[in-house]
Structure formats: structure tokens, C-alpha cells
Design a protein around this ligand. Structure first.
Ligand SMILES: NC(=O)c1ccc[n+]([C@@H]2O[C@H](COP(=O)([O-])OP(=O)(O)OC[C@H]3O[C@@H](n4cnc5c(N)ncnc54)[C@H](OP(=O)(O)O)[C@@H]3O)[C@@H](O)[C@H]2O)c1
Length: 407
């Protein structure tokens, strides 16, 4: 009889139940790879199981409850009892990661979390292992499938934000309460984790600035298409001078960018470093069976030790004012001299216009332009002044543009 590897499961919802099924289906294969027979010994939900008994009877605990409380306490207690832990909980890691990794080191156990970012896309493993020796300069990610689905539908069909969101909910790509997906917080938590691993420096969710897609209009998408641009919710983590910027916001991409073609509920992460130029990983970002597959991969890895926990080799300060190119959409009165005044206000702040299109006449006149990169604070100072000009018919709308292509 092969030796048994005992697994305790906390949470039996979308991912937890898919994990339990997958574990049973793959037990023979896992035994062939590891020489150990994985066995699910206990399951905890709100109505079933006792945490202490589950931990006592496990070699490894899988946390798939979500949330901070009691997940944080349970994960800490499992590790202090000498159990390895696998989790998919991005909120927990982005807010308590340092405490949890320190506990893993202290107790000599593994804490694995591939499924916490970009579902089944193996970006955690690539950053921690494959690229451990690369000096990463920048990451760009589409790390929220719900918003990518909504933006894709808006671009493809001309649907409004509200209609595309309703369709995402109907198809199961958005939850009944989609707030943290559409306001960027879910993506911000994932970017905090990726930045932590890429730059070996502590990054807390509170240090990530984020903006969502709720204000995007079908007009923005249509005009941007004329300028050769497509809109995505982009997470960025990059070295800036001696610091680090981590942020999430809607951004326009030119067609040649590796993330421009990622559509529907897919996720993708682009990693840039001088040594490797650029790597893009993409695939399904969520879903019970897909996420369970990433969780199972972590369980198998934990059965074949050792694995590293994140080290702190740098302490980078987090910078919030960075340079971006911008798309600027202005609804203006149709009269001479409007463009000149806008260009002058932008110019005073050091922003120059890369391209501009004039749309509509009379009541419908609009100026849609893309600027060259400028410090964000200076751009918004110009936009404030432009917003106060008497020919403006509504508030200016600005969206960042990622101003580069790879060849
Ligand atoms: N769903 C996805 O596609 C996806 C993708 C990537 C990562 N994740 C992450 O995976 C984790 C689980 O997500 P999910 O979608 O599977 O969640 P879910 O469907 O809501 O399931 C949560 C499970 O945890 C149990 N639970 C919650 N609070 C508990 C408590 N205080 N005590 C005991 N049990 C408790 C629930 O018990 P009851 O059954 O009694 O309610 C339920 O079985 C989250 O961290 C999520 O962010 C999910």
C-alpha cells in the first residue's frame, strides 16, 4: 500500500467542490507522480466539519473559503501546526501576505497560491521559479476576466456598460454583486501579489491605486477605434527611478501590444525585463474547474518539496505620480479657436498632442485626442482648467493610453 497524503479542505463552494472532484479523478495519476496517495480527509463549510479536527488529520490544508476572517486565522493556525497550505485567496495575500509568508518560513511549511492570480495561468510559478534570476522591470496584466468580458462586448457590439454587465451576469462571468470586479479592487489585489513577487519587496493592497470601468461609455470605444486603440482594464507594476508604481486603471492599447488581442473572460500577464525582453502568459482567469486545476497543481508541488517562500531583498518606495499618455474626449461648442485653447492649456503643463480627430457638428461637436506621455498630475491639472472653459458642454473624459508596441 502506498503512503497516504492527507488533505483537509476549507470551503466547498464553486472552487472547493470542483477541487474535491478533480482530486478524486486524478488520485491515481498523482500517486504515480509522487508515490503518495492523496486523500481528502475532511471538509469545512459553515454547516459541516470542525476546523481543529480537520487540521489534526491533514498533511496539507487547502483554503477555498475566501475573505479575511476567519481565513487568516485558519491559515496561520494550520501552518503553526506544521501543515502546508494551498490557497486561492487574493484578498488575504494582498493584505496579510507578509505575516503569512513569515509564518510559513518560521514553521518550515509551504504556502502556495497559484490560483490567487489569473486563475489557471501559471504566472506565480513563473515569477517565483522560472524568472527568479531575471531583473523584472515591468508587468502589465489583464487580471480580471469579468471586466475584460464587459469591455470586449462593448467594443464588439457597441453595447452600453450596463447592458454588457447584465450580459456578463447572465452568462455567469460576473457575480450578482460585481462591485470589486468593476471598480478595480479585485485586479488591484492581484497586482499587489504579482508586484510583491516580481520586485521582491513588500506591497500591500492599500498601496495600489485603482480605478474601475464603470464610467466607460460606448462612445469612448467607438472614437478610440478610429485612432487604432482598444480598451482594457490594465494592471501595471513597474520600477520608477528607485521606487515602484503599482496601479490598475482602464487603458487604451495600440493593436500591436501583446495584451490588445486578449478578449472575453481571459486573463494575461506580460512580464518585461532586459534579460528576457518580454513574455506573455494567457488563459482562463476564473471558473470552478479551471481554478481547481491550479489549486491541484499547487497540492502536487507541495507533495514534492521544497519550494521557496517570497524573500524581501529590496524595500522600494511606492510612487503614485507616474507618466502616461492619455486619450481625452471633449464635448465642445462648435466654434473657431477651441482646439487652439485646449492645446495651449495642455502645452502649459508640458503635454503635447499625438493625434486628434474632430467629430460631429453643432450640438454634437467633439474633440477626441491622444497625448504623448506626461506626468499624470500635470495632465489632470490641465484637464481641470479645460473643464472650466466656457465652450465645454460636459466634463472632459480622460483614459490612459499604453503608448508602445512590441515588434
Ligand atoms: N470562483 C472562482 O472562479 C475563483 C477564481 C479564482 C480564485 N477564487 C478564490 O477561491 C476562493 C473560493 O471562491 P469560491 O468562488 O469557491 O467561493 P464560494 O463559492 O462562495 O464558496 C465558499 C465556501 O467557503 C465556505 N465558507 C465561507 N465562510 C466560511 C466560514 N466562516 N466557515 C466555514 N466555511 C466557510 C462556504 O460555506 P457554505 O457552503 O456553508 O456557504 C463555501 O463552501 C476565494 O478566495 C476566491 O477569491 C475563486
Amino acid at each position: 500500500m502506498p503512503e497516504t497524503f492527507r488533505i483537509g479542505l476549507l470551503g466547498h463552494g464553486t472552487v472547493g467542490s470542483a477541487f474535491a472532484e478533480l482530486l478524486a479523478a486524478r488520485a491515481d495519476q498523482i500517486e504515480a507522480i509522487t508515490g503518495l496517495r492523496p486523500e481528502l480527509r475532511g471538509v469545512l463549510t459553515r454547516s459541516r466539519g470542525r476546523f481543529d479536527e480537520i487540521v489534526e488529520d491533514a498533511d496539507l490544508v487547502v483554503e477555498l473559503m475566501g475573505g479575511l476572517d476567519p481565513a487568516r486565522d485558519y491559515v496561520l493556525r494550520a501552518m503553526s501546526a506544521g501543515r502546508h497550505v494551498v490557497t486561492a485567496n487574493k484578498q488575504l495575500l494582498s493584505q496579510h501576505g507578509e505575516e503569512l509568508w513569515a509564518a510559513a518560513r518560521e514553521h518550515g511549511v509551504q504556502l502556495r497560491f497559484e490560483a490567487a492570480v489569473a486563475g489557471v495561468v501559471p504566472v506565480i510559478r513563473v515569477l517565483q521559479e522560472s524568472l527568479a534570476g531575471a531583473h523584472v522591470d515591468r508587468l502589465h496584466g489583464i487580471v480580471n476576466g469579468t471586466t475584460n468580458f464587459i469591455l470586449t462586448r462593448m467594443a464588439e457590439t457597441g453595447a452600453s456598460y450596463a447592458d454588457a454587465l447584465a450580459e456578463a451576469q447572465r452568462l455567469g462571468y460576473a457575480e450578482a454583486d460585481p462591485t470589486e470586479d468593476v471598480n478595480g479592487k479585485d485586479a488591484a489585489a492581484k497586482m499587489a501579489i504579482l508586484a510583491r513577487l516580481a520586485f521582491n519587496t513588500p506591497v500591500h493592497l492599500d498601496q495600489v491605486t485603482y480605478e474601475g470601468i464603470e464610467h466607460i461609455t460606448a462612445d469612448d470605444m467607438e472614437y478610440a477605434r478610429d485612432l487604432g486603440l482598444g480598451l482594457k482594464l490594465i494592471g501595471t507594476a513597474e520600477r520608477i527611478d528607485s521606487g515602484l508604481s503599482v496601479r490598475v486603471h482602464p487603458a487604451f492599447l495600440y493593436g500591436g501590444h501583446p495584451l490588445a488581442s486578449i478578449s472575453g473572460p481571459f486573463n494575461a500577464v506580460t512580464i518585461e525585463s532586459q534579460a528576457i525582453t518580454e513574455i506573455t502568459l494567457s488563459g482562463p482567469g476564473a471558473g470552478g474547474p479551471q481554478t481547481a486545476s491550479a489549486v491541484l497543481g499547487d497540492v502536487i508541488s507541495a507533495m514534492i518539496p521544497p519550494a521557496s517562500t517570497p524573500e524581501t531583498t529590496e524595500r522600494l518606495s511606492v510612487v503614485t505620480d507616474v507618466e502616461s499618455a492619455f486619450y481625452l474626449h471633449l464635448e465642445v461648442a462648435d466654434r473657431p479657436g477651441v482646439l487652439a485653447q485646449v492645446a495651449q492649456l495642455l502645452g502649459l503643463q508640458g503635454a503635447s498632442i499625438r493625434s486628434v480627430v474632430q467629430k460631429g457638428l453643432g450640438e454634437n461637436a467633439r474633440l477626441v485626442m491622444v497625448t504623448h506621455p506626461i506626468l499624470e498630475s500635470r495632465f489632470y491639472a490641465a484637464v481641470d482648467l479645460i473643464g472650466g472653459l466656457d465652450f465645454m458642454r460636459s466634463r472632459p473624459r480622460a483614459i490612459r493610453v499604453i503608448d508602445e508596441e512590441f515588434v
